[in-house]
Design a protein around this ligand. Structure first.
Ligand SMILES: Nc1ncnc2c1ncn2[C@@H]1O[C@H](COP(=O)(O)OP(=O)(O)O)[C@@H](O)[C@H]1O
Ligand SMILES: [Mg+2]
Length: 433
């Protein structure tokens, strides 16, 4: 059983030359006093690092059993690697038996560390532990906690440390609230990423603020339990984001793209988007949103609205490769089109993950520095409608918006484009075709 000696804990940390920041110190103190810790912090706050210190300490005591559980082994290995390096540094080689194939460390005084993963929950059954670290706990399902983790803390009066970036109002939120009230042995704390000044110096803080929107920032960095509710693009304001035709800039020096969601059987969405390389501004200035538009009709639209200087490229999701009833994909049809061939245009098609893309669009609408990089002209009523109406499902706690059959299509074309520009700006344009 763990005895938790304050002097030894802080002595160990000092001898390792590790300087915990304020938030990490609070965790160390809570570890001495409480059995259940729920630590909710931003990215790169130092969660895995401080957890590794608790493991290192527990290994130092006699006959203890520790386990680190994450969603995947790959994630658990991060903590393992921290501990592994420190064990070698502290004891030298050969003292602690390290079995890399089974991922178990055993000290000569009978203490062990093993790794577990939610991928393989049966491996967690039956054993009890003095210390269970659940790294990035919010990515695990609540049933993992109820069925596998919580029971194995009982026999040895073990300590459980849930450490994580928040993911909406899930099971972690309930345990966090218990900790706020110090009920049932629980202690909890939130930690802002910027507490880790070793990583987030003022320059880095500034960079993060310019790349994130306020909602995303509050979850990922400020570690708040954000609810992604209602309107997906809640920062969209007609007065700030809609450009009247009178105020339309001269697009002479802008690159013009068309972003296409061909959706043959359902809704086809095309957006004509101008991008100003120098300023990073994006302006959606024309659109087509129509049901059952056949592929040749889509191409006709692209031709008819071809800008004077030609297109800088076409953006399409890789699903544009899916075939229609006649066995043809939109991308194939476009690639074989005479006009397209003559102009030697490029299609940028890629498979995009939705959540990251949504956050990128949000950051273009408004970043934490209050800057706007994405606007739409007043004639694009479908796109404006999308920004106002694209929403999350009411009853389900999810980060994925409702596929309502209307707004999700222009939402997709906007998202593909912003993803494309993100790659473009970072100098890594690639496509999956
Ligand atoms: N107190 C500290 N002082 C200096 N560097 C730290 C401290 N805590 C963590 N770090 C470093 O910060 C980075 C992120 O730590 P990590 O524990 O992996 O973050 P998280 O698990 O919260 O994403 C790592 O490089 C780690 O070594
Ligand atoms: Mg981590």
């Amino acid at each position: 059983m763990l005895t938790k000696n304050k002097k030894i804990l802080f002595g160990l940390i000092e001898s390792m030359g590790f300087k915990p920041h304020k938030g990490q110190r609070a965790v160390l103190k809570a570890f001495l006093k409480f059995r259940f810790l729920c630590v909710v912090c931003g990215r790169r706050w130092g969660k895995t690092k401080i957890a590794s210190m608790l493991v290192l300490y527990t290994l130092l005591e006699k006959d203890t059993k520790s386990i680190c559980i994450s969603k995947t082994y790959k994630l658990s290995k991060k903590l393992w690697n921290y501990v592994y390096k420190d064990v070698l540094r502290f004891y030298g080689a050969g003292v602690v038996n390290i079995n890399k194939s089974e991922m178990i460390m055993t000290t000569p005084w009978g203490s062990t560390l093993e790794l577990g993963s939610a991928d393989n929950p049966d491996g967690l059954l039956g054993d009890t532990y003095d210390l269970q670290i659940i790294d990035e706990a919010a990515t695990l399902k609540g049933m993992m906690w109820e069925q596998f983790i919580s029971p194995s803390a009982r026999d040895r009066k073990g300590t459980v440390v849930l450490i994580t970036t928040p993911r909406g109002h899930n099971w972690i939120h309930k345990l966090f609230n218990l900790g706020q009230k110090l009920l049932d042995g629980w202690w909890s704390r939130t930690g802002h990423s910027f507490e880790n000044t070793a990583i987030y110096d003022p320059e880095e803080q500034d960079l993060v603020k310019s790349q994130t929107d306020p909602l995303y920032f509050s979850q990922e960095y400020a570690a708040s339990f954000v609810v992604f509710a209602d309107q997906v693009y809640s920062d969209f304001r007609e007065e700030d984001h809609v450009v009247t035709l009178d105020d339309m800039p001269n697009l002479k020096d802008w690159d013009i793209y068309a972003s296409i969601d061909p959706g043959y059987a359902v809704m086809c969405a095309i957006q004509w988007i101008a991008y100003n390389k120098a300023s990073g501004e994006i302006l959606i200035y024309d659109e087509v949103l129509e049901k059952r538009l056949k592929y040749p009709a889509i191409i006709q639209n692209l031709r008819r609205r071809e800008p004077k200087g030609g297109y800088a490229g076409f953006i399409c999701e890789v699903a544009g490769n899916q075939r229609d009833q006649a066995g043809y994909s939109f991308i194939q049809t476009l690639e074989e089109d005479e006009w397209f061939l003559k102009k030697d245009y490029t299609i940028y098609a890629k498979r995009y993950g939705i959540i990251k893309g949504l956050n990128k669009v949000r950051a273009k609408l408004l970043n934490t520095k209050d800057e706007i990089h994405l606007k739409v002209t007043q004639n694009c009523t479908g796109t404006i409608g999308m920004f106002l109406n694209y929403h999350y499902p009411e009853k389900k706690a999810t980060e994925k918006p409702e596929k309502d059959g209307v707004w999700d299509h222009p939402a997709d074309t906007t998202r593909y484009f912003v993803e494309f520009i993100d790659y473009y700006e970072n100098g890594t344009v690639e496509y999956d075709l």
